[in-house]
Design a protein around this ligand. Structure first.
Ligand code: ZN
Length: 150
């Protein structure tokens, strides 16, 4: 178990695009485990690799139904709209209202390298979109409708 150092709002690495994972080797598996440990310790519902300084397309999410690991995730379909409060472990103490799809379908590789799809609604849709944005150097504050201090 290892907690990784989080990167915060003004760190330029958060604005860079992540690269595809080509081989799911032990380094990727350790990264995933560390990301889960870090996410749970910080009480987040999702974490993307750039938030711990690694520019690879790796995302972990747990919206309360257990951990999901997504390698090279890509949104295939979006449906509807849903405006709600959203926060980010890289921007502590703040949250803002963001419009996200009500439902998304995402394709990804699991840790065994198998291609999977996941359909997320409500908070899972929001988490998937938020974390996949991180892989493209996008933060929720880029899309925010109104900000709130906590
Ligand atoms: Zn975030």
């Amino acid at each position: 178990m290892a907690i990784r150092q989080l990167r915060y709002e003004n760190d330029p690495i958060l604005r860079k695009k992540s690269r595809e994972v080509e081989i799911i080797d032990d380094r990727i598996k350790v990264l995933v485990q560390d990301m889960l440990d870090t996410m749970y310790k910080e009480e987040g519902v999702g974490l993307a690799a750039p938030q711990v300084g690694i520019l690879k397309k790796v995302v972990v999410i747990d919206v309360g139904d257990g951990p999901i690991t997504l390698i090279n995730p890509e949104i295939l379909q979006k449906e509807g709209e849903n405006i709600d409060l959203e926060g980010c472990l890289s921007i502590p103490g703040k949250s803002g209202k963001v419009c996200r799809p009500e439902k998304v379908k995402v394709e990804y590789l699991d840790l065994e390298g198998n291609k999977n799809t996941i359909i997320g609604t409500d908070i899972l849709s929001r988490a998937l979109c938020h974390e996949i944005d991180h892989l493209n150097g996008i933060l929720y504050i880029d899309k925010v409708i109104s900000t709130e201090e906590e």
